[in-house]
Write a protein that binds this ligand. Structure first.
Ligand code: IVH
Length: 698
């Protein structure tokens, strides 16, 4: 898509746009900014090689957004800013596909493949056939239609003939170009097929969050991808970080006088061409062969490496490479004759559900864990499977003694698909949920709207130990050698009682323990010492505040100078931060308003743990430096975003809510609760729009 020279130019342009202060030709600058954002998106989402830091990218993106806000007449549907969805759609309309979306015939072994090869050869009267092999992605299949180079429609497979039009959600997938230079090849309309997938890591993180919130996890990345495409709120879709792989051009029209481009004679060339145009296609993975035995050898070797890919693959697809030949072979009612799937061995097995244990987590949640007869699946022996919560157990109708179907998809944690009820013999027993905490014996509670039972005794040993383990863990304070086993040992011996205790360990007592020679003690001491310098976001994440994952911890840390600043933040102010919803806000506010937690923070401070945001940008300069503003009500003299930009350009900052930190509240018509609150506080200067303009001298 881009030559090295293009790349160098775009990079240089990105850097100069970041620096650029004044815009003389908005139309030209908007186009330059779009080129740069499209290029950065392609590097990041298609090539996995980011060229700008997140911060730099943000600057470029915001400049584009800002200019487009100023010149709405210059906004086009394929501008990268138009991926961002505003409203909710009611439901998705149904559309017919330009060409029916067929499925593939399956093969499972070398013999099946040889049979298929023979059928293909018979069809083309023994002509030599070149095959192209690529992964079979396990996601949700989609059809994308481009007209005159612009993405005009994205649809789910549906029943193959009709699908749901989910263009708005497709636009949230950053690897899918909103426009591409098809016209250069004389193409008018084109339909591209592909698979929307969720990276295994993203999926695992999503499920971690769901379970932390007491929701049952999604079964596999495939369900997650297809479910996400049909969510009615595109903003939520955007958060789920879907990816796409495109693997088939199913239809195209030529502009008048156009001739079939050279790149559209074989499948292999067509995917390379799409890649050149900026599309995510499997160019790195696909291979060509002239002989079915080589195809078979490749398939068998690939199956061994299936886990190396960042997303799930459930097989390979073998396609006749030449399009003329494909056309001659045609299709049956169900599938093309020129392609076949080679399915990998299912990573499922059956086992017996022996008993259910109940584990108490860091937040007191009591999780049922199935202990099953050990069974090997995809190279690991599975003995324990989380059942997440009571609802999952009831929905699946699980009983002790059931024969259960277990699946382990790639790196995804194993899960029980279902019990094989037909194999029951009447001796199966109900799974009984405890009413008291299995560790401390206190009664369990089940908060309304939650699926998990919780032990609410915050001194429950299980919770305390889990909290310390979490604080010391790799993604939090990263204290090596203070893993689960050592935390538990120290806790049981009374040598470690809580999080601050990590920094006040009685080393003489530790030295007396078996296995703690001078070397391991010194290592542990220096790991603990080093952790005192960790950035604030890690501390906040480590505190284990409910609903605060790593990203949220970064958001919170970057909003303050010191952790104690959060003591003054109420829920209203918290929700003004990006991606902070009412649930997170309530949990954070509650955490920092709790006496015991403040005491813990004091102790960490005393022991020298860094609690300041050392990564905060240098203080702003300008006539409004240090002044805070908030706009409320309907503004008629200027757009809110413009006014906010004016404040920021003069060194001021924008707050999300009314608090004692607010200096100016600018009120438009129908100002409501914010105005009331500011009046009540009495410390906030209340300005009309006119007064605001006078203040900034505009
Ligand atoms: S080609 C007309 N290629 O597998 C042929 N399909 O089980 C169109 N799939 O419905 C399909 N990876 O959703 C093709 N590399 C790949 C694929 C692939 C996954 C899906 C596709 C299809 C299903 C059939």
């Amino acid at each position: 898509m881009y030559t090295t020279q293009d790349e160098q130019q775009l990079y240089a342009r990105a850097k100069s746009l970041i620096e650029q202060k004044e815009v003389t030709n908005p139309e030209e600058t908007i186009q330059e900014l779009r080129d740069v954002v499209n290029y950065c998106d392609w590097k990041y989402y298609v090539q996995n090689e980011p060229v700008l830091s997140d911060y730099e990218y943000d600057v470029v993106y915001k400049k584009l957004k800002h200019l487009e806000d100023q010149y709405p007449e210059l906004v086009t549907a394929d501008s990268p800013t138009q991926r961002v969805a505003m409203g909710l759609s009611e439901r998705f309309p149904t559309v017919s596909h330009l060409v029916p979306m067929l499925s593939l015939d399956n093969t499972y072994n070398a013999d099946d493949l040889r049979d298929w090869d023979k059928r293909c050869k018979d069809f083309v009267n023994g002509e030599a056939i070149e095959y192209c092999v690529e992964p079979k992605y396990d996601g949700a299949s989609v059809s994308l239609v481009y007209e005159d180079g612009k993405l005009v429609r994205g649809a789910t497979r549906g029943d193959g003939v009709m699908g749901e039009e989910v263009t708005i959600n497709i636009k949230q997938i950053r690897s899918i170009p909103l426009s591409a230079a098809f016209e250069k090849s004389g193409i008018g309309q084109v339909e591209i097929r592909g698979e929307v997938v969720i990276h295994k890591e993203v999926f695992a993180e999503y499920n971690r969050q769901r379970t932390a919130e007491g929701l049952s996890p999604l079964a596999n990345p495939r369900n997650a991808a297809s479910g996400t495409l049909r969510i009615l709120d595109p903003k939520e879709v955007s958060k789920r970080k879907l990816s796409a792989v495109l693997y088939h051009i199913s239809y195209y029209t030529l502009k008048s006088g156009g001739k079939v481009p050279d790149t559209l004679h074989t499948h292999y060339d067509s995917l390379n061409w799409l890649y050149q145009l900026g599309f995510p296609t499997p160019v790195k993975e696909m291979k060509r062969f002239n002989n079915i035995n080589h195809v078979i050898a490749f398939c068998e070797a690939f199956e061994q490496r299936r886990d190396d890919l960042p997303y799930e693959v459930d097989g390979l697809v073998i396609k006749v490479n030449n399009f003329d030949m494909q056309d001659r072979m045609g299709m049956t009612a169900h599938h093309p004759r020129w392609a076949v799937a080679y399915k990998f061995k299912a990573r499922q097995a059956t086992s017996k559900l022996l008993r259910v244990e109940f584990q108490v987590g860091r937040t007191g949640s009591v999780t049922p864990v199935a202990k099953i007869e050990p069974v090997p699946i995809g190279g690991v022996t599975v003995t324990s499977i989380s059942l997440f919560n009571e609802d999952v157990v009831r929905e699946k109708d699980l009983h002790i003694g059931d024969t259960v179907l277990v699946e382990r998809a790639g790196d995804v944690i194993p899960y029980i698909v279902k019990p094989l009820t037909e194999l029951r013999n009447g001796t199966e027993e109900d799974i009984v949920f405890p009413t008291k905490c299995p560790v401390c014996g206190e009664p369990l509670e089940k908060p309304e709207e939650e699926a998990v039972w919780r032990c609410i005794n915050i001194s429950c040993p299980a919770q305390v130990v889990e909290r310390i383990i979490h604080f010391a863990s790799k993604d939090a304070m990263d204290i090596r050698n203070l893993g689960a086993a050592n935390v538990l040992k120290f806790y049981e011996l009374g040598l470690l009682k809580d999080i601050p205790g990590i920094y006040n360990i009685n080393w003489d007592a530790i030295r007396k323990l078996e296995g703690f020679g001078e070397k391991s003690v010194t290592n542990l001491q220096s790991a603990i010492d080093n952790s005192k310098k960790q950035p604030l976001n890690r501390v906040i994440y480590g505190l284990g505040i409910r609903h605060v994952g790593e990203t949220m911890a970064k958001t919170l840390a970057s909003a303050v100078n010191h952790i104690r600043d959060l003591y003054d933040w109420d829920e209203e102010k918290l929700v003004s931060l990006q991606d902070v919803g009412p649930k997170v806000a309530a949990s954070v506010a509650h955490f920092f308003h709790t006496k015991e937690n403040r005491h813990m923070i004091d102790l960490l401070d005393e022991y020298g743990v860094n609690l300041a945001n050392t990564q905060k940008a240098a203080p702003a300069t300008g006539e409004l430096a240090g002044k805070t503003f908030l706009f409320t009500g309907t503004l008629s003299h200027f757009k809110r975003s413009d006014a906010e930009a004016m404040v920021e350009a003069r060194g001021g900052s924008i707050l999300g809510g009314v608090s004692s930190k607010l200096n100016y509240l600018v009120v438009g018509e129908d100002a409501g609760s914010k105005l009331e609150k500011a009046k009540k506080l009495g410390t906030v200067a209340i300005l009309t729009e006119q007064e605001f303009l006078e203040l900034i001298g505009d």
